[in-house]
Write a protein that binds this ligand. Structure first.
Ligand code: CTP
Length: 422
């Protein structure tokens, strides 16, 4: 067995064995390809199999699903399929294809091709390796472009000179892989990146494609190094007009990273954060509203994402001013409760003020967890007519509880009776 395959989980080996049987039965050549092969050689955990077949990928997927008692999802528009095994492994299956670009930065024309064509259309040599999973080339590494050596030498290398012109998102991918694996973009590739940037290739890309790659970039672990490398190779304002990576901005981004670390350590079970959005806000911070609106219009992020960005941009300063004072718990609660966790943490990352930090810590640790012992039902029992006043009364009670520490249900009832009396 190929040495790299030995450490895979048995269920995944079973998938590969079944794929070999399918290849034999359909008498076709099939290959493991893409990031899976790269990560296998690098010894990095990646259980998302990509299989490409020199035959109809859909037929292959159907039969493989039968062997594995798995589900199959077809994407007819792209002639691809995903097989999902009962254990939850996902196998993407496609037919080998050849691509040509009608115009720079537009989507390519696709036609049938063999494995060499299929590997030749890819971004970097390290992503253009395959492993044969059919009888004659069983478990042999197929390497037309020197990708194996590039992995050993830690190099990111493009396959052909027009690659970044055809698909400028690959510039972001080059930076992403370089920083993720601690590789280096080799000299010629670097020169081609600079050339594509000077030709303003990003402006020619469709926004959805740029947006997807851009978000993936911001989701990488090595985010600060990535952000600095983008400035070095592309300059941020080629991606977001007027964003300049000043020392002050880098300081803020580092502070965001530390604050996210604090949140995850202190509250491992609290809500997941959209960390990439926090870094994006860190990059946008300081731009005037017109330019942020322009960016948001162009990028058309989801509603919730846009809302969080605008909430920080329009209210951040004012909230920092308010929260740096010594204020009552109920006031802190009223300022912070309507905000998303991302925005609250950005306020903490932005300001060094002691009070603000204490107030936000208390909000997460105490105030946001306070629950009332009584509910609308108790108000009804007291004979209060149902209506919007319930919310008003319960809010008043909650604020009193935060400020004065009403502990028991009796104390809460007494408070309610008191305000009704008044
Ligand atoms: N690919 C490409 N050009 C792109 C995007 C993808 O050539 N703009 C190719 C690469 O060969 C890549 C494969 O398509 O390996 C699958 O794409 P994707 O899933 O994005 O890449 P992975 O290498 O699996 O990346 P990751 O590890 O981040 O999932």
């Amino acid at each position: 067995m190929l040495k790299y395959l030995k450490d895979l989980p048995p269920q995944l080996l079973k998938v590969i064995e079944s794929a070999k049987l399918v290849s034999s039965q359909l008498r076709c050549r099939s290959y493991l390809v893409g990031g899976f092969v790269r990560d296998l050689i690098l010894g990095r955990k990646n259980f998302d199999l990509d299989i490409t077949v020199e035959a109809d990928g859909m037929d292959f997927a159907n039969l493989l699903a039968l062997y594995l008692k798995a589900k199959v999802i077809h994407y007819h528009r792209f002639s691809t399929a995903t097989v999902v095994t009962p254990e939850g492994f996902k196998i993407d299956i496609a037919t080998t294809r050849k691509e040509s670009y009608p115009q720079p930065a537009l989507l390519p024309y696709v036609e049938k091709g063999d494995i060499k064509d299929d590997l030749a259309r890819r971004d970097f040599t390290i992503n253009a390796l395959a492993i044969g999973i059919y009888p004659e080339r069983e478990e042999r590494i197929i390497d037309f472009f020197g990708g194996y050596n590039d992995i050993l030498r830690k190099k990111i290398r493009i396959l052909h000179d027009k690659s970044f012109i055809d698909d400028p998102t690959r510039i972001l991918r080059a930076i992403r892989f370089e920083q993720r694996f601690n590789f280096r973009i080799e000299r010629h590739t670097l020169r081609l990146i600079k050339e594509a940037v000077s030709l303003k290739m990003f402006e020619k890309l469709s926004i959805p494609r740029l947006k997807d790659e851009f978000i993936l970039l911001l989701k990488e672990d090595n985010i600060i190094k990535i952000i600095k490398r983008v400035e070095e190779l592309i300059k941020w304002d080629n991606l977001i007009p007027l964003v300049i990576l000043t020392k002050r901005k880098i300081k803020f981004l580092n502070s965001i990273k530390r604050t996210i670390g604090w949140y995850k350590r202190e509250f491992p079970h609290k809500r997941h954060l959209d960390e990439w959005l926090m870094y994006l806000i860190g990059l946008l911070d300081g731009l005037d509203k017109i330019h942020i609106d322009y960016f948001l219009n162009k990028f058309s992020l989801r509603k919730g994402e846009t809302k969080r960005i605008m909430s920080y941009i329009t209210r951040g300063k004012e909230l920092i001013d308010k929260l740096k004072k010594k204020i009552k718990p109920s006031i802190i609660y009223r300022y912070l409760e309507p905000l998303s966790y991302e925005v609250i943490l950005l306020l903490k990352a932005k300001s060094k003020e002691k009070n603000l930090n204490k107030n936000i810590d208390k909000f997460f640790k105490v105030y946001n967890n306070v629950r009332l012992n009584i509910s609308g039902r108790d108000l009804k029992k007291l004979g209060i007519t149902e209506g919007p006043c319930y919310q008003v009364i319960l809010n008043k009670l909650l604020y009193a509880k935060l400020d004065r520490g009403l502990n028991t249900k009796e104390e809460e009832m007494r408070f309610i009776k008191n305000i009704i009396g008044r």
